[in-house]
Design a protein around this ligand. Structure first.
Ligand SMILES: [Zn+2]
Ligand SMILES: [Zn+2]
Ligand SMILES: [Zn+2]
Length: 129
């Protein structure tokens, strides 16, 4: 709470039942559970979809593909915000190297209305046989 004009971006707050300063929550608190995700519906960060479900009081909305470059993933360790697309492409934080829980990808549909496979189309599954 300094008196100086703080023009740098403040780290966003993380809502929900977190249990430590690295955004682990009562639902997911393994060593690699260090991210929070911003929800499209309320523009607030929660550690997981269950936190949002319990604390937000409204249904979650997912990020549409056209907003894949929105910084909507927060590294709980260094507080860096990653665009959704970048988050999907890495297995650890580009800022601090914290490893991300790879099983989170199973939950992408809860947060994002698209997946890494729908973007870029590297392997579209259409292979000439
Ligand atoms: Zn919400
Ligand atoms: Zn949670
Ligand atoms: Zn980080």
């Amino acid at each position: 709470m300094g008196a100086m004009n703080e023009r740098a971006r403040r780290p966003p707050r993380v809502l929900g039942p977190t249990i430590d300063d690295e955004t682990r929550c009562v639902h997911y608190h393994g060593p690699t559970d260090v991210i929070a995700i911003k929800f499209k519906c309320c523009d607030e960060y929660y550690p997981c979809h269950r936190c949002h479900e319990e604390a937000a009081g409204h249904p979650a909305r997912q990020w549409p593909e056209r907003e894949a470059l929105e910084p909507a993933v927060l590294c709980g360790r260094c507080r860096r915000e990653l665009p959704v697309l970048e988050y999907m492409a890495v297995s650890a934080c580009p800022g601090c190297g914290a490893r991300f829980n790879e099983r989170c990808s199973l939950h992408y549909p809860l947060y994002f209305a698209f997946g890494p496979e729908t973007i870029g189309g590297e392997g579209s599954g259409k292979i000439n046989e």
